[in-house]
Design a protein around this ligand. Structure first.
Ligand SMILES: CC(=O)SCCNC(=O)CCNC(=O)[C@H](O)C(C)(C)COP(=O)(O)OP(=O)(O)OC[C@H]1O[C@@H](n2cnc3c(N)ncnc32)[C@H](O)[C@@H]1OP(=O)(O)O
Ligand SMILES: CC(=O)C(=O)O
Length: 460
């Protein structure tokens, strides 16, 4: 995030646990450019915990709606205001930058909120923050509120949640009406439906309003992947900017338009956010897309052959299947009556796995007519089997497995699985798939299909 160019990193809430403190300390001492902040309640122990982690600043959160004050804190407006002022003074006396946040501000009495803001500014608060804690703001209301808050004379941040899917719109409305900072998260992670997504706000400001944010947009996809991997929280394929499908096109009408001019169906260049355009084939593909894909594999066809290939692609799509590059080539081979013999055939595969053994696999392949035996180990049985296959062909070609993805097509432990791989030689890559009830066999089938198709392309 520091490399991306964010100004403040809220590294956690120091009062939470030993682990949280350890990580905040590590982040605070990493020599980053960003200001390192800890979340804290208006409690001395929260502030002391933050000080113990050596952070630069506090996100000091005080409930401001009557609902939160009375029902949650069992307190009253006056006591909350007093505690907010005391906590601000305490934090300032210990050298911290203070951003005073009104929790549930969007359901609070704005006059009371303003009195808390003014009293804490008096006590030394450097910045303020308006929290839409349960995501009920609308852009019009946000604009009105932030125009009013301009009179405070201190920077005000916006902090939104996405319960109604309005977080990005509300955050941008706040920024357009005087907010000086936005609280955002990578991939929109956060409590319940999440917080405002960093990548959406940045690209909206950059591309739709022409505002330079100082964020290195070309790193957005990379950081999204890292965060998803580290948190184990997948990104929805259709998520704006960083979802797998955000720059993927299947619909024939769209691909036809893209070929003429990519801006017909792309509101931003994929490279701007560190991504590449992908055109996939399926039942919605048209002739233009199929012809383009064939050309990329050096296959030329006449009108009649193209129509036949398109109709077979649609047939596969109608069965609910994604069409891989290997599928397309195999369809083209059939339509063009080309008999291309695979160079690698699987004869035998044995895999050993269990709780007390390192997963290992041995494989017997027929490679260019010659029997080849190899073994491989791995972190699991699939990894071991794929490693054995790769070792067996390593003397002939150097093929990389770039992506591996598995989906259960049906439920239960006897589910049918579909394995989807991207294999590459040099800068040429190809997608292939395998399916079946045995995940190891489906994986090896997909890998061998990819290897054979790549070798055939190399031979051409
Ligand atoms: C809107 C947001 O707050 S977003 C950030 C949310 N972050 C977190 O919740 C951080 C992780 N939380 C935790 O680890 C724990 O909840 C702790 C350590 C903060 C508190 O743990 P506990 O002492 O066991 O309290 P518990 O979680 O049951 O309840 C929260 C307490 O904080 C109080 N509280 C909640 N918000 C605030 C606030 N902004 N300022 C002061 N007190 C608050 C509640 O009234 C409750 O107090 P009580 O225990 O005296 O009734
Ligand atoms: C501070 C915070 O996370 C909220 O009020 O939503």
């Amino acid at each position: 995030m520091d490399e991306l160019g964010v100004d403040v990193i809220e590294a956690g809430s120091a009062i939470t646990s030993d682990g949280e403190r350890e990580s905040i300390r590590a982040i605070a001492s990493a020599g980053l450019n960003a200001e390192i902040c800890s979340f804290a309640r208006a409690h001395r122990k929260d502030i002391d915990a933050a000080l113990d982690c050596d952070v630069d600043s506090l996100h000091l959160v005080v409930p401001v709606s009557d609902l939160h004050i009375e029902r949650k804190l069992r307190s009253d407006r006056e006591s909350v205001l007093r505690k907010a002022v005391e906590a601000t003074e305490y934090a300032k006396a210990h050298g911290l930058i203070v951003e005073l946040s009104g929790e549930d501000a969007s359901r609070a009495d704005l006059d009371y909120l303003e009195s808390i803001y003014r009293a804490t500014i008096e006590a030394g608060a450097d910045r303020l923050c308006f929290c839409d804690t349960v995501g009920v703001l609308l852009p019009e209301r946000t604009a009105e509120i932030f125009q009013r808050l301009r009179s405070l004379g201190k920077p005000v941040s916006i902090h939104c949640h996405d319960d109604f899917g309005m977080a990005t719109a509300n955050t941008v409305a706040a920024l357009r009406n005087g907010a000086m900072q936005a609280h955002v998260t990578i991939n929109g992670l956060g409590e319940r439906a999440g917080n405002t997504s960093l990548e959406e706000v940045v690209m909206c400001l950059e591309n739709l309003y022409g505002i330079r944010t100082g964020i290195k947009c070309n790193l957005l996809y990379q950081i999204s992947r890292v965060v998803s991997k580290k948190t184990g929280i997948p990104v929805a394929p259709n998520k704006a900017i960083v979802g797998e499908n955000a720059f993927t096109h299947e619909a024939g009408i769209h691909v036809h338009g893209l070929i003429a001019d990519t801006s017909t169906y792309e509101p931003m260049r994929p490279e701007q956010v560190g991504r590449k355009r992908r055109i996939v084939l399926g039942k919605m593909s048209g002739r233009a897309a199929v012809e383009l894909a064939l050309r990329e594999f050096g296959i030329t066809v006449n009108e009649e052959q193209l129509n036949e290939i398109v109709s077979r692609v649609k047939e596969l799509g109608d069965k609910g299947k994604r069409v891989s590059d290997a599928d397309l080539q195999s369809i083209a081979d059939t339509v063009l009556s080309r008999e291309l013999k695979p160079r690698v055939l699987l004869e035998e595969l044995t895999v050993v796995s269990g709780n007390r053994v390192t997963p290992t696999a041995s494989v017997k392949l027929i490679l260019d007519g010659r029997e080849t035996l190899e073994a491989g180990a791995g972190v699991g049985p699939v990894d071991a089997a794929v490693n054995a296959v790769r070792r067996a062909i390593s003397g002939v070609t150097d093929i990389r497995l770039e992506e591996y993805h598995v989906d259960a097509i049906t439920g239960g432990t006897n589910a049918l699985v579909e394995v989807w791989v991207t294999m590459a030689i040099g800068d040429r890559s190809i997608t292939a798939r395998g399916a079946g009830a045995d995940i190891i066999m489906a994986s090896v089938e997909a890998v061998l299909e990819g290897i054979n198709r790549l070798m055939l392309l190399e031979d051409r």
